[in-house]
Design a binder for this molecule. Structure first.
Ligand code: PGA
Length: 254
């Protein structure tokens, strides 16, 4: 059965001391308060990975993720961070294709296909983000666009590989805007994504892939969104920076 996952993407926020405080609070709250076996992933900026990993230790429920990684193994790529470095710092997953990377750093689905493949070859779990902008939704082309994103970046993977990917559906119009997709809109897109996995692989594989929703998830709306059949958790931005809010979102699965 697929896992429920709540991942906190800190983006470019938190000094080292702020990050350590935040992570410690979340780790303690998860240990003391969470009843479900929901997997929690903390995704700080690269420079804090090692420090946050030493706080996570060998927790069974909390793990470490990174916000991006290079498609290259090593070499003269100033400013880049490799999959091997992430693994050596304790990360087990990596966000790939976040809309901010697509928008500000021109990441294409072609590049993301390489990054996904490369992450998997290095035993990192890709958290692959897809989602449409507002004008695409208004034009009624959201399924077509998200279908093309996952087709180009993911559907070249083998049956074995696709089952190791986590997908995050994040409508761009809902990211950091305070506007959340309705539970129905989220379910509709998650079911669509799962149906695409079924058509390209099979039903059993589709049922094994966790699909997270992202975009203005808060403690107040998490329960309704996460209770949808095809929503297996969330990728949380703003609300992951407050330990109480983030923990209350994780509690939506309790
Ligand atoms: P948000 O961000 O929760 O602040 O909307 C989500 C994301 O970008 O992953």
């Amino acid at each position: 059965m697929r896992k429920n996952i709540v991942a906190g993407n800190w983006k470019m926020n938190c000094s080292l001391s702020e990050g350590k405080k935040l992570a410690s609070e979340v780790i303690n709250m998860v240990q003391d308060e969470i009843k479900s076996d929901t997997q929690v992933i903390l995704i700080p900026p690269f420079i804090h990975l090692t420090s946050i990993q030493s706080l996570i230790g060998s927790s069974a429920q909390v793990s470490l993720g990174a916000q991006n990684c290079s498609q290259h193994a090593k070499g003269a790529y100033t400013g880049e961070v490799s999959a091997e470095m992430l693994i050596s710092a304790g990360a087990t997953s990596v966000i790939l294709g976040h809309s901010e990377r697509r928008e500000y750093f021109n990441e294409s689905d072609e590049l993301l296909a390489d990054k996904v493949k490369f992450a998997l070859e290095n035993s990192l779990t890709p958290i692959f983000c897809c989602g449409e902008k507002l004008e695409v939704r208004e034009a009624g082309n959201h399924e077509q666009l998200v279908g093309a994103q996952i087709n180009q970046a993911l559907f070249g993977l083998s049956e074995d590989e696709i089952q190791k990917v986590v997908i995050a559906y994040e409508p761009v119009w809902a990211i950091g805007t305070g506007v959340t997709a309705s539970a129905d809109q989220a379910q509709e897109m998650h079911a669509f994504i799962r149906s695409q996995i079924t058509s390209n692989y099979n039903q059993e594989i589709a049922n094994s892939v966790s699909i997270l929703y992202g975009g203005s998830v808060k403690p107040e709306n998490a329960k309704e969104i996460f209770s949808q059949e095809d929503v297996d958790g969330g990728l949380i931005g703003g609300a992951s920076l407050k330990s109480r809010d983030f923990t209350n979102i994780i509690k939506a699965f309790d």
